[in-house]
Design a protein around this ligand. Structure first.
Ligand code: ATP
Ligand code: MG
Length: 326
């Protein structure tokens, strides 16, 4: 089946000194085989929290799914034993984070790290694992893979290190690939190469992918679907084409206006040009969280009292009481 991940009314909270505070609130989404969902929004909007929840890698004892359901491969994660969770994570989910250097062990060769990832939960003769490791390096376009296997991370450039991290993430042929700002630490030209590579591999292996990014240019070029997140809620979601061609939520419009070079991807521009600040954890205003910064409604009474639920508007789902006013 094509649907690999389903989140329903998902709430994810951090355990803080002032109690459990939600960072992701009532989120609904689906990850499908062969499709890339981009998650965009300002810093602190809950993107990484959502990605970690999907990867079942929330920091233990600090964060938890506090409401709603998350199903992976049709199985509700809340009913999985720790062993089952670990097995599922290892076999089905690959994760790539922003900082390749810290994801790699500096005192182990690249080959040893790849072989470890290949062998984890999947025993095979060492020689076979080594040739599989060389194949993976070649797949992420690293030349001379046989020689490269015996080198250490510091012998590779930043872009190459991120390719190695991607190779490690793909070692078990996962069906689900989660990438959290995988190119933000890299040069613009390298960002493009990495995204092209990720996109190609995602399509070839028909993986379901979630890409967290600040870069709307990358989204418009490589993703299929987009979820715009503000204050922990998805405020607008749909295909990239429909959301970007005709954004309905004032926040999506503001984001787009803040990224003038939408069609020159890879600028890595921080989305900081919107006036005001996003709400802090535990300090979401009542009603629509975006109302205090909204240029469309200037905080009409309805916006200040009633939380807008996502509803169909022009082929997308939009959480704005005045979505039709554009
Ligand atoms: P960025 O673009 O800066 O990476 P983000 O959209 O990924 O931001 P998250 O990291 O998901 O945002 O954070 C969402 C909210 O949760 C923020 O208000 C953040 O301060 C808070 N938060 C994140 N990690 C923790 C933690 N371990 N304990 C408490 N609060 C946290
Ligand atoms: Mg983040």
């Amino acid at each position: 089946q094509d649907v690999l991940v389903v989140g329903r009314d998902l709430e994810v909270s951090y355990l803080t000194a002032s109690g459990a505070l939600p960072a992701v609130r009532g989120v609904n989404f689906t990850l499908r085989r062969g499709r890339m969902l981009a998650v965009v929004g300002e810093s602190g909007s809950g993107k990484s929290t959502l990605l970690r929840a999907v990867g079942t890698i929330l920091p233990r004892g600090q964060a938890l799914i506090s409401d709603g359901t998350l199903a992976i491969g049709g199985e509700d994660v809340s009913t999985m034993t720790p062993e089952r969770l670990q097995q599922m994570r290892r076999k089905h989910i690959g994760v790539v984070f922003q900082d390749a250097s810290s994801a790699l062990n500096p005192v182990m060769t690249v080959g040893a790290q790849l072989i470890e990832a290949i062998l984890s939960g999947n025993p095979m003769p060492k020689a076979q694992a080594r040739s599989r490791a060389a194949e993976l390096l070649a797949a992420v376009q690293i030349a001379d893979p046989q020689e490269r296997l015996d080198q250490y991370p510091h012998q590779f450039s930043g872009g190459m290190k991120q390719r190695i991290v991607i190779a490690i993430a793909l070692a078990q042929n996962p069906d689900i690939l989660l990438a959290d700002e995988p190119t933000s630490a890299l040069d613009v030209t390298i960002q493009q190469q990495i995204l092209v590579l990720l996109r190609r591999m995602q399509q070839e292996s028909r993986m379901a992918m979630m890409l967290v990014t600040h870069d709307l240019g990358l989204v418009s070029r490589y993703a299929d679907d987009v979820a715009v997140i503000y204050g922990g809620r998805i405020v607008e979601t749909g295909t990239v084409e429909e959301v970007f061609r005709n954004p309905s939520h004032p926040y999506t419009r503001a984001l787009r206006a803040a990224a003038p070079r939408l069609h020159a991807p890879g600028e890595g521009k921080r989305l900081s040009a919107i006036t005001g600040d996003p709400p802090m954890l535990g300090q979401f205003p009542p009603g629509c969280s975006f109302a205090p910064r909204c240029g469309r409604t200037h905080g009409r009474p309805l916006c200040q009292t009633q939380t807008p639920e996502p509803r169909p508007v022009g082929g997308k789902l939009v959480a704005c009481h005045f979505a039709e006013e554009v």
